[in-house]
Design a protein around this ligand. Structure first.
Ligand code: NDP
Length: 299
């Protein structure tokens, strides 16, 4: 179902949390014709949504009581708990379904699911992998985990959010685990890009001059991801293209150039140190994928 396919008139949802993402979720539900009730800790953030037809609840328990499906999207699980575990809210949640789209670590999802089960609350966990402006468009990416039947029951309403929805398994922590692994890629890659822009600038190259070539680097990542994934799953690391000895050499060039300009090279030093450790252990002829195995080794 696309974001703009009207859902059945009886479908209803409550959205708890009206930061940029919560507002985008509520807006997409409204756009799809889902009866939407909203609540946020700080009042006033619902103004535009109410103008578009949302019901602005006066309290969190009132918001929860309005719908069978409650979508929670706040900064993290401490924030979610501080709302959902108020006695009057917990009581109102009994028999209803919470889909918690707030980001946090897998163990918090598992702990929250155990708490929900104790209180007769149906519970699904989720992660949103794309920025707020994608919500309601085909570009949105949602990951879900938890009981499959429960997911199937609420999928028609969740589809109003647009994009792709993947159920990753019944282990409630799985969506958060994917989220953490994927954000690991995002933050290290983007920090690497910021570092590259700092070096480029020190060398008299503007960010916009570098950007087209940076995109070229981005374009070669997807096949490299696939190749490394096969190597890591199969445990076959022997270099076909770029042995660790060669990789370490170019990493050292980056460290030297950074530090010659007084630019902090600690992220690249960490990568170089890890690579040299692998070489020291006799893996100099392996691909970079060897590092995943090395990092996963227990002392
Ligand atoms: P934030 O991560 O800044 O979260 C803001 C929301 O959290 C507000 O509703 C805020 O309420 C609420 N909040 C914070 N602390 C508390 C608390 N102690 N008790 C109750 N509510 C609290 O904004 P986003 O909306 O952007 O993100 C929400 C979630 O979505 C996060 O987990 C984020 O990682 C995830 N996400 C966001 C993306 C984005 O593009 N923005 C992309 C992908 C995921 P108040 O207004 O009262 O402060």
């Amino acid at each position: 179902m696309s974001a703009h396919t009207p859902t059945t008139p009886q479908s209803a949802v409550t959205v708890i949390g009206l930061g940029p993402m919560g507002r985008a979720l509520a807006g997409a539900f409204l756009e799809a014709g889902v009866a939407t009730t909203v609540w946020n800790r700080t009042p006033g953030r619902d103004r535009e949504l109410v103008a578009r037809g949302a019901v602005g609840a006066g309290s969190a328990d009132e918001a929860v009581a309005a719908s069978q499906l409650i979508v929670v999207c706040v900064v993290n699980y401490d924030a979610a708990d501080s709302v959902l575990r108020r006695p009057e809210v917990t009581a109102a949640l009994k028999g209803r379904t919470v889909v918690n789209l707030s980001a946090d670590v897998p163990d918090r999802s598992r702990e929250a699911a155990a708490w929900a089960a104790e209180h007769g609350i149906h519970y699904l966990d989720g992660a949103i992998m794309t920025p707020a402006p994608t919500i309601g468009t085909p570009d949105a990416v949602f990951l879900h985990s938890g009981p499959l039947e429960l997911y199937r029951e609420h999928k028609p309403v969740l589809d109003a959010l647009g994009g792709s929805h993947s159920h990753l398994g019944e282990d409630i922590g799985r969506a958060a685990a994917y989220d953490i692994a994927l954000l690991d890629i995002w933050w290290t890659a983007m920090t690497g890009y910021m570092h590259a822009l700092a070096i480029a600038r020190a060398e008299g190259i503007s960010a916009q001059e570098l950007a087209p070539f940076a995109k070229g680097i981005g374009a070669i990542l997807p096949p490299a991801f696939d190749e490394a994934a096969v190597e890591v799953d199969n445990g076959t690391y022997t270099a076909k293209i770029n042995p660790l000895t060669s990789a370490a050499s170019t990493m050292t060039h980056i460290v030297h150039t950074s530090e010659a300009h007084g630019i902090d090279a600690s992220v690249m030093r960490a990568a170089e140190g890890l690579t040299r450790r692998a070489i020291g252990l006799g893996h100099g002829g392996d691909e970079l994928s060897r590092l995943a195995e090395l990092l996963g080794r227990r002392a």
